[in-house]
Design a protein around this ligand. Structure first.
Ligand SMILES: [Mg+2]
Length: 353
């Protein structure tokens, strides 16, 4: 689709991926029932309704104990801008495009009214596993974080064994923490799995591991942080693609990429607040083929969210529009100013390209 710019000239949608632009494939095609294209809001307009929140986590996750996010509202609802602090503006701008899509256009037409989700077990001690899984009623798939710095392979083996006492379907996520040799050794030690997600850092390493083991390999960072998300397919590096709305630039960009990737996909959150989660669930609900549980139950990791969390019942969540509550845990003035500046810089990059 074409997005109208503040100057009235038509520009490329900020929601497509760079790969799509190169191939001139429209990623934002509107279905007849979709609302008309939004105009690009100004940064001032976005900041008028913006709130910067600092959500306390129940358990340290991805090195994070407080998750900061900027949320804003538009005619279609609320959008989230929450790239991790270490991401530069060039990477963070797609997260803003995703937030604008959510607030100004809303989700694409759904094809299902419920989305199966997995439980997520951070790098905790084996004895803490049962209490964590209990937060996910009816869930039959658990994703276990492994390869945490400072922990041993034995810790990973014990944590996975503890999870297997509760559910049959286990997947692991190493977040690129292993070398090829370590990954092959670890996967052999851990045993049968639904898949091993991002065992190593690079696409080439994933391809090597995939050739050496029978456990399927999933690519996450190799898709969302890569210039060309199709490389994992070209190099035979993965059996499953883990797709996230914000780093891909929106729900429609995710659905378009899923259609092109010759592999199963799983939609996952990037430690999103309930606002970002609504977009993840909206994208998963719009995917024609969805055969695996999605990583969209991570609201359970927050001690307090911006709105009531998506309730997991019988292992599924249902898409819905989110309205943030009134007593939000707001960030300090200093952090709020930091996020406002970041939004302005990313907005400038989006309207310039
Ligand atoms: Mg991952």
């Amino acid at each position: 689709m074409v997005f109208s710019s503040p100057t009235g000239r038509n520009r490329q949608s900020p929601f497509g991926t760079s790969d799509d632009r190169k191939k001139q494939v429209p990623t934002f095609r509107l279905k007849p029932k979709d609302p008309p294209p939004p105009r690009m809001p100004s940064a001032d307009e976005l900041l008028e309704t913006a709130k910067v929140v600092a959500l306390p986590m129940r358990t340290r996750f991805r090195g994070v104990t407080v998750r900061e996010a900027l949320i804003f509202s538009g005619p279609a609802g609320w959008g989230e801008f929450a790239p991790f602090a270490e991401y530069d503006d060039a990477e963070a701008k797609t997260w803003l495009a995703a937030g604008i899509e959510a607030a100004y256009l809303g989700p694409p037409a759904p094809v299902r009214d419920q989305v199966p989700v997995n439980a997520t077990v951070p790098a905790v001690a084996a004895e803490d596993v049962a209490a964590l899984i209990a937060r996910y009623p009816g869930v039959d798939t658990v994703k276990v974080k492994v390869a945490e710095p400072g922990q041993s392979l034995d810790d990973d083996v014990q944590r996975v064994a503890a999870v297997r006492e509760h559910v049959g379907n286990v997947r692991i996520d190493a977040n690129g923490g292993w070398t090829v040799d370590q990954a092959i050794e670890a996967i052999a030690a851990i045993g049968d799995l639904e898949y091993a997600e991002q065992p190593c850092r690079t696409v080439e390493e994933l391809a090597e591991v995939r050739k050496a083991v029978r456990v399927p390999i999933a690519a996450d960072e190799s898709i969302r942080r890569a210039g060309d998300p199709m490389r994992v397919a070209a190099l035979g590096a993965a059996d499953i693609g883990v797709l996230k709305v914000a780093p891909l630039g929106g729900m429609r960009a995710l659905v378009a990429l899923a259609a092109k990737l010759p592999m199963d996909v799983v939609v996952s959150s990037a430690l999103d607040t309930a606002v970002g989660m609504s977009a993840g669930i909206g994208a998963a609900a719009a995917l024609p083929g969805l055969h695996r549980a999605c990583g969209l139950g991570t609201g359970e990791l927050f001690a307090k969210d911006v709105a009531s969390s998506f309730r997991i019942e019988h292992g599924v969540v249902r898409p819905r529009r989110v309205e943030p509550g009134i007593d939000l845990p707001l960030a300090s003035d200093e952090r709020t100013a930091w996020w406002h500046d970041r939004l302005r810089r990313c907005h400038e990059l989006l309207i310039r390209r």
